[in-house]
Write a protein of this length. Structure first.
Ligand code: SAM
Length: 215
């Protein structure tokens, strides 16, 4: 799908609203989940695109954004990467809190377009890093990752890379209790109970923890 069609698709299947924990940032989000999954399944068959993770602000990025907005000195002047950025909420929060730059990276090109639309909505400028960054050398002061432990193959692919980045770069991971989160080298920073929807999750709320990853 070309960028212009991707933007049309995002706008047609979402509405401007906000995540429960971060009311100060507007986002293009799916409010009815079933239609967007069905629409995307049709596109998926026709165009080979991924499920619309970008249409939701997952508990991980909500907690990162909340923590950044409540503690702006943690990011002020820093080069921040929102890795697996989805809708780009954490990156937008970082810029609003005074980060020098906030890069977004998601393996799904439509997510990159969703982050761009959401950045415009919030009068922010992001730095776009498309493609797969896993295995590359960190170019950032802080890497934040929301909800990246929901599948074993993904967690197994990204964790060793994030751990190598942690030798030179601060790395945060926010996780709402997904099955594949490793139990080692994660130091809790803060924890919140976050409202979720039964259409996406098997619980109405998820206790979500923000961790710092040690090398
Ligand atoms: C559950 S969503 C979380 C999105 C966002 N961080 C949040 O918390 O709202 C997981 C995201 O990881 C992305 N992803 C999966 N593998 C990736 C990889 N190797 N590099 C970058 N992004 C990846 C997916 O496309 C998806 O947007």
């Amino acid at each position: 799908m070309n960028p212009s069609s991707a933007r049309d698709f995002i706008q047609a299947n979402t509405r401007v609203t906000h995540a429960p924990l971060v009311p100060e940032i507007s986002l293009h989000l799916a409010t009815q989940i079933t239609p967007i999954w069905q629409a995307t399944e049709t596109y998926l068959a026709e165009n080979g695109i991924d499920p619309p993770f970008w249409a939701f602000a997952w508990p991980g990025s909500q907690l990162i954004a909340r923590h950044i907005l409540d503690n702006p000195t943690l990011v002020a002047g820093k080069r921040v990467l929102d890795f697996a950025s989805g809708c780009g909420l954490a990156a937008i929060a970082a810029i609003k809190a005074g980060a020098h730059t906030a890069s977004v990276n998601d393996i799904d090109p439509i997510a990159m377009e969703a982050a761009a639309l959401n950045a415009t909505l919030n009068h922010t400028i992001l730095d776009y890093r498309p493609g797969n960054l896993v295995g590359t050398v960190s170019d950032w002061d802080l890497i934040v990752c929301g909800d990246v432990c929901y599948e074993a193959p993904m967690t197994n692919a990204i964790f060793p890379w994030l751990q190598s980045c942690a030798c030179t770069t601060e790395v945060w991971i926010a996780d709402p209790g997904r099955s594949y989160r490793p139990n080692h080298d994660l130091i809790p920073i803060t924890r919140r109970t976050i409202e979720t929807t039964r259409e996406l999750e098997d619980q109405d709320r998820r206790v979500t923890t923000l961790y710092r990853l040690t090398a």
